[in-house]
Design a protein. Sequence first.
Length: 122
Amino acid sequence: MNKMLLFVLPVLLVFASCTRTYVDPRPPIDESVWLNKERGVVVYSGFDCDFFVVETRFGYSVVRSWGGLAPVRGAVLYGDFSRFGVRSFYNRTEGYIEQANVIDYWLSYWDALDLADFECSY
């Protein structure tokens, strides 16, 4: 019994001293850079389509998500929504940077929804 305690006690001590720390695999995001860019809020997003509509202060932009899911409705994004092409956007709501392609910008609400629905129909 004594020999068993001499073996079990150090093993318990080793296991009790172990701690688990979470290490985020993503690099840290410098929010001071992103918060100086244009702010947009996702107003339309479908679960079966890559296209989503973002409301900015200049109008609405139609954007296509690259390499991932489209952000959820109500997500706050920062980036350059007023230029065509593939851009990086900071999704502050979900805490990651994503790549997306701006299809059109400075549209009215109904024009942006029509374009997103048209693009999603393919």
